[in-house]
Structure formats: C-alpha cells, structure tokens
Design a protein around this ligand. Structure first.
Ligand SMILES: N[C@@H](CCC(=O)N[C@@H](CS)C(=O)NCC(=O)O)C(=O)O
Length: 217
C-alpha cells in the first residue's frame, strides 16, 4: 500500500533532491513524494527533520535519512540493477573525497557564481573560474572512459550531474562555448535521458490531507 511507503520530502529543482530521486528511481523503490517550497516549509516536514533541508526520507519506522548521499545509499543498498555502487565498493576513499569536493568547494563556488548580483561581477567571475578548473579535470576523466564511475555511468556521475546542470544554467552561452567536449556530451546525454526527465515531473506542493503521490510515477 502506498500509504506504508517511505515519504520523500523533495524540491524539484534542488540538485541534492535530484540525485536522491535518480537513485530511488533506478533502484525501483517506491516512495510517497512530497514536494515542498523552500520558502514555505510545512510544519510536518520540519517536525520530521528540524534541519530543514531537502531531500529527507522518512522510512516510517522511526528512521529519518537527512542527507542526499545516504538516501542514494539506502535505495541502491536495497537494489542496484545498474551497478551504481561498484565504484564505491572498489574505491570508497576516492569516491568520498570526490563527492566531498563536489558538495563542498564546488557547490560553494556554484552558489556564489549563480546567485551573484550584478554588483559582484568580479567575485562571480572568480567563482566561475574556480568551478571551471574542476570541470576541466572532469572533462579529462570523461575523455578516458566516458564516465566518472569507471566504465559506465554510476554513483559519481548521477550524484554530480544535477550540479553541473546548474552550473551550465547560470550562463548557458558561456558554458557551451567552453572546450570541454566530453563533459558537454556527458551532460547533454543526461539531460535528454528518460532517467532525468522521469525525476523532473512537476507536482504541486504537498498539503496536509493531500492524496499521496507515488514516485516514481
Ligand atoms: N547536505 C545536504 C544538503 C541539502 C541542501 O542544502 N538542500 C537545499 C536545497 S538544494 C536546502 O534544502 N536548503 C534549505 C533552504 O534553502 O531553506 C544533502 O546532501 O542532502
């Protein structure tokens, strides 16, 4: 029954929530999706997780998972048909260091580049430059194998692709003009994939008493 399925508190455009939805979808786990507005967080969401960030997964057995990577692990730990976890099993320290870099310094630069006001042009340029240095490294890795997770797309790719998408959206014209052929190909394939489009469907914000929404659809 859907009402017994775990509840995923999510926000469609949040890259952390996207990576969680991608892993849930590929794993075949079924959850109840509750879309929220970050500027108007429901009391029931804050009662589940006081820190107030999405995604949050409530397993309804007293366990609440409050970090996107842990939600990915939960889903893939239950079922991993495409071998997303292979890279973790082979090189866990390398995978963790890489993701810490994405969620830490890269996200820091992304936010300061993306949300810079027009009065902070030079600071924004510096943050774009910092991010670009990382993207150059990614392009080189992708040139070798076409994926960041080894021979095929896996955890590292899907955990970071939503952030690279955001970096591009800040200035698509500039981004598309950069000499990063492997990165552009990797990103465009993802943006056009059924996997991505399937986790980007639009849902109205959840309200108390609303009918449960099955995810994936
Ligand atoms: N470390 C967290 C970060 C999640 C996060 O920062 N999510 C943002 C949205 S993209 C958020 O909920 N921010 C709270 C707010 O804007 O009020 C994770 O990996 O799940």
């Amino acid at each position: 029954m859907l009402s017994n399925a775990p509840i995923l508190w999510s926000f469609r455009r949040c890259p952390f929530a996207m990576r969680a939805r991608l892993a849930i979808a590929v794993s075949g786990q079924i959850v109840q999706l509750r879309e929220i507005l970050l500027r108007d967080k429901p009391a029931a969401f804050l009662a589940t997780s006081a820190k107030g960030t999405v995604p949050v997964l409530d397993l309804l057995d007293g366990t609440v998972i409050e970090e996107s990577r842990d939600i990915m692990m939960w889903a893939l730990g239950a079922n991993d048909p495409d071998g997303w976890l292979d890279t973790w099993q082979k090189q866990p320290d390398k995978a963790k260091t890489f993701l810490d870099k994405v969620d830490g310094p890269f996200k820091h630069d992304l936010d300061r580049y993306k949300y810079a006001s027009r009065y902070e042009v030079s600071a924004a340029r510096q943050h774009r430059e910092n991010g670009a240095q990382f993207l150059i490294e990614l392009d080189q890795s992708l040139g070798a194998t076409g994926a960041l997770s080894g021979c095929g797309l896996g955890f590292l790719d899907f955990a970071i692709l939503p952030f690279i998408r955001q970096f591009r959206i800040a200035d698509p014209e500039w981004f598309d003009a950069q000499p990063w052929p492997y990165l552009h190909h990797w990103l465009q394939e993802f943006l056009g994939s059924a996997a991505f489009l399937g986790v980007m469907l639009k849902y109205p914000p959840w309200q108390e008493g609303a009918k449960a929404i099955r995810f994936p659809a």
